[in-house]
Design a protein around this ligand. Sequence first.
Ligand SMILES: [Zn+2]
Length: 51
Amino acid sequence: MATQNTSERAIVNCLECGAIVAAEAANDGSFVPIGTEDECTCGSSAFRKFR
Ligand SMILES: [Zn+2]
């Protein structure tokens, strides 16, 4: 079955406001915050891997 979850989880921080959030790696290599909308509370959707 194609139900296996291979998404990498990481701690990332927002490039705009610096907020640190838990995220999941998307197929295109970007990160999507977990438990929120697809973007930071500041409205940015650019994240950098924190660790
Ligand atoms: Zn932000």
